[in-house]
Design a protein around this ligand. Structure first.
Ligand code: FES
Length: 162
């Protein structure tokens, strides 16, 4: 779904302007920037602060507070792997161990093979767990084989970006 593009100030300004009149505009703006660029570039902070008439430190504070906001360009691709209760009950922890053993992934341990697997706490698809999110798409009813395939796909996409 989301293909990230390199930093582009005009594009950033357009994304910010489109949302600056929204109620509580800061979060939608930050999400839009991250969606487009894969992270929130520090050069966007001053533009956001100016558009919303808030301080830069307020913008930085919000970026730091929410773990989902990245401050650096992604080094590869990210899979969000759900380890919340319902997915745990459907075997998420065994799957996590399998992924680490079979693919060399290290969950919440940065990038391996160009892929970062990060823990998520509920992806809103509990009945069809275990679940993972990749490229904006939920992958449900995961089993060892489908999770390995998803990981391999993410690694291929990461490689294609280099
Ligand atoms: S607990 Fe995993 S999607 Fe809700």
């Amino acid at each position: 779904m989301s293909v990230h593009v390199g930093w582009d100030e005009n594009l950033a300004r357009a994304l910010i302007d489109e949302r600056s009149e929204l109620e509580g505009a800061l979060l939608p703006i930050l999400h839009a920037l991250q969606e487009k660029f894969g992270y929130v570039d520090s050069r966007a902070v001053a533009i956001v602060a100016s558009a919303l008439n808030v301080s830069r430190s307020e913008v930085f504070g919000t970026i730091s507070f929410y773990h989902d906001f990245k401050r650096q360009p992604p080094l590869g691709r990210t899979i969000k792997f759900c380890r919340a209760e319902a997915c745990q009950a459907r075997g998420a922890e065994d799957l996590a161990s399998h992924l680490e053993k079979s693919c060399g992934a290290k969950i919440d341990g940065g990038y391996q093979n160009g892929v970062s697997v990060e823990t998520a706490y509920c992806l809103g698809n509990c009945a069809l767990g275990p679940n993972a999110l990749f490229d904006g798409e939920i992958h449900g009813r995961l089993d060892p084989q489908s999770l390995e395939e998803l990981y391999a796909r993410a690694a291929r996409k990461a490689g294609a970006r280099q």
